[in-house]
Design a protein around this ligand. Structure first.
Ligand SMILES: [Zn+2]
Length: 450
């Protein structure tokens, strides 16, 4: 029997000590300052028979190891099964090294500690459960995001090709303007419990790459507190945004702000939409809840014996001096070659990938909240994939959440891998899946959704 809904929210500070390695570039940076604290933020919803926990972390990604450790502790201490827990990362590029990724090695002390804090956020939210109502909304905002992969005059596809580069032809694809929202408030006094937003925008960036920051995801939370009060814990989920950012390379939209100032502006655009929609939302006092996990099995990008030979040659000369190539130098490079300054990073990645199994797995999850659904995917999903999945879903709205429950890097479309190439497709721990993964993943999501 369904009873009145209950909900609670809480956050746990997951800021690491100074000196930690910051990932997100191709070389390590070291934290020398904190612009704003990093958090794991949780909202728990309970309908009397089923309990769902959602946790969003100010991290670049959530490897399965961290997600599973957090889920095990949440199961043990809060009795919520793994399928009912969705844990994701915002993709802030100014947080901690949670895995060996693109030239930046894991901080093992942190990755052992952070699952405890993720679980704490959920446990605290459970303690705060109270009668609540939940509403959903969705609007389009198409003025602030842009596709960063462009066709160039020489026939290649480049990511972040430079604003008004004279060699630009056209973007490889579209954007997804949907801002999907969930708002949770207490039934008795109407106090805000949580505001959850889902938008397709990779990240914005800050002023100092050596300062820890939650980027615009953190600004969104603070702005929502400013508008709705301190009881409101706000989560901003990164939707399918593998190639979607805030820079208009055509030059038509010119921003005057940069860094945190720009991040605050963009967070305010989303917060503004949220405040408007909150006034008009239909609020539900009962909600069917469910959560299902499935396993995506995919082929890792193949590293050939020849690739390993080249990798060895690259790494045998000083960094930035290997220039014995024009078109590769690795078998998996399509179109634009890897820049000379980065070829050693990808030589290392070749060696790492060759040690991984040829066939790998990752979790895919669907959480149902009444008419709404969350589709949680384990990596950086291209916008086309997200829109495909949403177009086949009967949920309203469908929250398409990337970087959730595990991390297999960019999950590139077959078209990008076979025809286009470019940064996102280059074999690395941050781009594991080979051709065929997206169709398999879409079919799996379809089976969970319908
Ligand atoms: Zn990314």
């Amino acid at each position: 029997m369904q009873t009145t809904l209950k909900a609670g929210s809480a956050s746990a500070n997951i800021t690491p000590p100074l000196g930690t390695r910051i990932p997100g570039g191709f070389r390590p940076r070291y934290a020398e300052n904190v612009d704003d604290e990093l958090f794991a933020k949780a909202v728990v919803i309970d309908n009397g028979t089923t309990r769902i926990a959602i946790v969003t972390c100010d991290l670049i990604a959530i490897p399965e190891k961290i997600a599973d450790a957090a889920k095990a502790r949440i199961a043990e201490r809060c009795d919520i099964p793994a399928a009912h827990v969705m844990v994701n990362a915002t993709h802030t590029h100014t947080a901690v090294a949670i895995a060996d990724l693109l030239g930046v090695d894991e901080d093992p002390g942190y990755t052992e500690w952070v699952p405890l804090k993720i679980a704490d956020a959920v446990e605290l939210a459970v303690w705060r459960l109270k009668s609540a109502r939940v509403g959903f909304a969705s609007v389009d905002e198409e003025r602030i995001t842009f596709n960063r992969r462009w066709h160039m005059k020489n026939g290649t596809v480049r990511f972040n090709p430079g604003i008004e580069n004279p060699d630009l032809v056209k973007p490889t694809g579209t954007i997804d303007p949907e801002l999907a929202m969930m708002y949770v408030e207490a039934t008795d006094d109407g106090m805000p419990i949580s505001a959850v937003a889902n938008f397709s925008l990779h990240y914005i960036g800050t002023d100092n790459g050596n300062a820890l920051s939650a980027d615009y995801f953190g600004h969104f939370d603070r702005l929502m507190r400013h508008y709705l009060g301190d009881t409101c814990i706000s989560l901003l989920w990164n939707a399918a945004s593998g190639q979607i950012n805030n820079t208009d390379f055509s030059g038509r939209t010119k921003w005057t702000a940069s860094g945190h100032q720009q991040a605050v502006k963009m967070a305010n655009v989303l917060a503004g939409h949220f405040i408007v929609e909150k006034q008009l939302m239909e609020m539900h006092e009962t909600l069917d809840l469910s959560g299902d996990l499935a396993t995506l099995t995919f082929q890792r990008k193949e590293i050939t014996a020849e690739d390993l030979k080249v990798a060895e040659q690259v790494l045998s000369v000083p960094q930035g001096t290997y220039d014995a190539y024009e078109t590769g130098p690795f078998s998996w490079v399509v179109g634009e070659p890897i820049p000379q300054a980065l070829v050693d990073v990808y030589a290392h990645e070749c060696q790492r990938l060759a040690k991984l199994p040829a066939q790998m797995t990752a979790p895919v999850q669907v959480v149902r909240l009444g008419e709404a659904a969350i589709v949680a995917l384990p990596g950086e999903v291209f916008v086309e994939t997200g829109m495909n999945i949403k177009s086949k879903s009967d949920a309203n709205p469908t929250f398409l959440v990337s970087l959730a429950n595990g991390y297999i890097g960019y999950i590139c479309t077959d078209k990008a891998l076979i025809e286009e190439g470019g940064y996102e497709t280059w074999a690395a721990k941050s781009s594991l899946p080979a051709v065929g993964t997206v169709p398999t993943m879409e079919a799996l999501v379809d089976s969970l959704l319908n």
